[in-house]
Design a protein around this ligand. Structure first.
Ligand code: SIN
Length: 283
């Protein structure tokens, strides 16, 4: 038996997301299962593996099916005993005492890296009774359904990405000096990228990281980015993930934007482990 016999894959929307059941990532990962999971991730861009109960070390072993771990930029969120894993928690606060909800507002992860992470993986440890969904929008589909005149306008454009865009309404937790020194001041990526595995083209924009578009005046650049974001975040491109206990969710940063929702009672804890996987140059 190759291990795939008990695996069930169920699409979660017409374009994005697949649910995996009948799998225990701690033990059922034969080579055929690995191949099936990689293929499902390539085809659906969001992989939701239900009913897992992974320790940090087990989560690391599971995500290595898909690639190597990418070092996340802000080590203040690293788990002390397993620093390749960070946590997401609604119990953190900005230095001025305001609650910090990581991931609010559409974005793609760590696009301020020269080679941004191809994927991010979250594993639910504690969830609120309701709310706290993660929304995803499919940027390949959004690109394909862009008005052809707008598609022509953005062809060849390149954007400057920084750790924290001065135009972003969402403020990130600051980096220590040591962490800052490891992150490039700025990088430049195309606004349309080609997925290295599927060959599909996708919009690659990021409201929290893009500081400018090369060769374009600031007003025009911001207006263009707003127009692209308004188009890309239409409901027809969305898969909204409603978390269940034990979910492990992995998404493809090369063809999706995502955002967290802080729409639940803040006295209830929402705590997840987070890992990222290395990607390559954006082309
Ligand atoms: C993130 O943006 O990495 C976090 C998303 C979430 O907490 O739902």
């Amino acid at each position: 038996m190759d291990g795939t016999a008990t695996l069930t894959l169920t699409p979660l929307s017409p374009h994005t997301g697949v649910e995996v059941t009948g799998l225990d990532l701690r033990r059922d990962v034969t080579e055929p299962v690995r191949a099936a999971l990689r293929q499902a991730f390539r085809d659906h861009a969001v992989l939701v593996v239900r009913e897992q109960a992974l320790s940090p070390a087990e989560m690391l072993a599971a995500v290595r099916i898909f690639g190597d771990v990418f070092p996340q930029h802000n080590p203040r969120f690293a788990l002390p005993d397993c620093p390749e894993i960070h946590y997401i928690s609604n119990q953190d606060r900005f230095p001025d005492g305001r609650p910090y909800i990581p991931g609010e507002g559409y974005h793609t992860d760590h696009s301020n890296a020269a080679e941004p992470p191809k994927a991010t993986v979250l594993h639910a440890v504690k969830l609120p009774d309701r709310g706290g969904d993660t929304q995803f929008v499919n940027m390949a589909l959004a690109y394909e359904r862009l008005d052809p005149a707008l598609r022509d306008r953005i062809e060849g454009l390149r954007a400057v990405h920084v750790y924290q865009s001065s135009h972003s309404a969402r403020k990130l937790m600051g980096l220590s000096e040591t962490a800052r020194a490891k992150v490039p001041d700025q990088v430049v990526h195309p606004i349309v990228r080609t997925h290295p595995e599927t060959g599909r083209r996708a919009l690659y924009i990021n409201p929290i990281r893009i500081e400018a578009i090369e060769g374009m005046a600031e007003d025009a650049a911001l207006a263009l980015l707003d127009e692209l974001l308004a188009h890309a975040t239409r409901p027809e491109f969305e898969y909204r993930h409603r978390w269940r206990a034990g979910d492990l969710v992995m998404w493809d940063n090369r063809c999706l934007l995502h955002k967290a929702n802080g729409d639940y009672p803040m006295d209830q804890e929402r705590y997840l482990y987070r890992v990222m996987l290395k990607g390559g140059r954006v082309g």
